[in-house]
Write a protein of this length. Structure first.
Length: 452
């Protein structure tokens, strides 16, 4: 007998009471000038802190009006376009350099980068028996949950887990940047064996491989990958490494401000990223793409594509949400620099392959959306594609399973979380404690036997 059958209590009336007791009139948010979700009425975020780590720039305010501009993503003062293009021109990988920059504030020279990359490789192995004790013995159907649990478990393997010195914080951060890809790959192999009935293949680590190479090497049965594939994944990880005051980063900073340990803060950030409103958007794009592939006979016919888009907006097709996934962003208006870079590099690798047709279909959706939105929503608000429009299809092209789309986001964003945790530790010095307006009226206590 399972736990649900053992519990004979009818939860329906309790849920009805819970809902009634929790419902708040939306008009009260306006009455008390509450910024729901810490967002202004135009969708932009409320300023909750100051940072030197990242700037996400998508518009300028001119005499109270928002003027759209091409999007900019700036890591520690460096444009993301420059970081990616210079690594590309020099034929080298960029993620490790980006991690160094985000954590330490400056670009490394060649000797510093080589030493840092070797150190990451040395930190990559998991503790002895960790995979068996923490992953294999308690398999999870969701890789993000297993990653969060595994990060918390690493606390028990760290003799300095409660040491709050900046030296220990940096050591922990580097260790987790190195280990999280291995945790992800191990959790996936256990998942596919336990839940999917497939073979579990655990490869030993190769010290000479960098982060992107390690991911492809651990996930592929034959361990084979091309240099172009590794560089494309490296670029995507660089683009996902940091993005300012997003939900998971704020979560990490909130926990950090309380004085809790690093493992708790990073595990919480993983939990925040897991949410479909945050890290799971690229999966929604891929599901939307499947809807187009199934219902549009000629993917090259813009009229047919547009007709299906209108059906989605009318909630007659797709998942019923009325959303064109991958389009729109809270900050970017004319363009998302991450999407521009990823689309260019992905199209180059997809050229001549069967999957190129799917990229062209997404490109058509991207091009048609602003005009259809203007007609459908009668709004002139600027709208552009975001990085999620193409990231899922890039993962598919690289043979990375859908189970790992959001976990791949996490193993990249751990760099940004770590940078923000250390900045909060060094300069925050105050627990983050937002206020809530209480609207419940005071009531007189009724003795138990007198209650209805």
């Amino acid at each position: 007998m399972n736990q649900q059958n053992e519990n004979m209590m009818n939860l329906k009336p309790l849920c009805d009471k819970l809902i009634a007791g929790s419902r708040i009139d939306p008009q009260l948010y306006e009455k008390f000038h509450v910024k729901r979700g810490l967002r202004r009425s135009d969708g932009t975020g409320v300023i909750a802190g100051i940072t030197k780590i990242c700037n996400v720039h998508g518009y300028v305010v001119n005499e109270g009006e928002i003027d759209p501009i091409p999007g900019e993503l700036i890591y520690r003062g460096y444009q993301i376009n420059d970081l990616v293009s210079h690594a590309e021109q020099e034929g080298r990988f960029g993620f490790e350099e980006t991690v160094y920059l985000l954590l330490l504030g400056d670009l490394p020279n060649r000797q510093e980068l080589d030493a840092f990359t070797r150190h990451l490789s040395a930190c990559r192995p998991l503790p002895e028996n960790f995979v068996v004790d923490m992953i294999l013995k308690a398999p999870s159907n969701n890789i993000m949950n297993k990653m969060a649990r595994s990060v918390l478990a690493l606390y028990s393997y760290d003799a300095e887990c409660e040491t709050k010195s900046i030296e220990n914080e940096l050591r922990t951060a580097i260790s987790l940047v190195a280990k999280l890809p291995v945790i992800m790959a191990s959790a996936y192999q256990v998942k596919r064996s336990h839940f999917d009935g497939e073979s579990m293949i655990m490869h030993p680590l190769r010290p000479e491989e960098n982060t992107a190479q390690t991911v492809l090497s651990l996930l592929r049965n034959d361990r084979q990958y091309t240099d172009a594939e590794a560089h494309l994944l490296d670029t995507l990880m660089t683009l996902h490494a940091e993005h300012g005051g997003n939900n998971s980063t704020f979560t990490c900073r909130v926990l950090t401000s309380s004085g809790t340990d690093a493992y708790s803060a990073y595990a919480a950030a993983i939990g925040a990223l897991k949410g479909p409103r945050h890290g799971g958007a690229n999966i929604k794009v891929m599901q939307m793409l499947d809807s187009f592939k199934e219902n549009v006979k000629n993917w090259e016919d813009e009229g047919q594509v547009a007709d299906h888009m209108r059906k989605i907006l009318r909630k007659e097709a797709g998942d019923g949400s009325g959303l064109i996934y991958g389009m729109g962003h809270a900050v970017y208006t004319l363009s998302d620099p991450r999407e521009v870079i990823l689309k260019r590099k992905a199209m180059e690798l997809a050229h001549g392959k069967d999957i190129e047709a799917e990229f062209r279909l997404l490109d058509t959706i991207e091009r048609l959306t602003p005009e259809i939105f203007r007609d459908f929503k009668t709004s002139d608000k600027a709208i552009c594609a975001n990085v999620d429009m193409y990231s899922g299809l890039v993962y598919k092209m690289l043979g990375i399973p859908a189970d790992l789309y959001t976990p791949m986001f996490a193993i990249s964003r751990i760099a940004g979380w770590a940078a923000h945790r250390m900045e909060e530790t060094i300069t925050g010095k105050r627990i983050i404690r937002p206020a809530y307006k209480a609207i419940a009226k005071e009531r007189a206590y009724v003795p138990l036997d007198d209650r209805d």
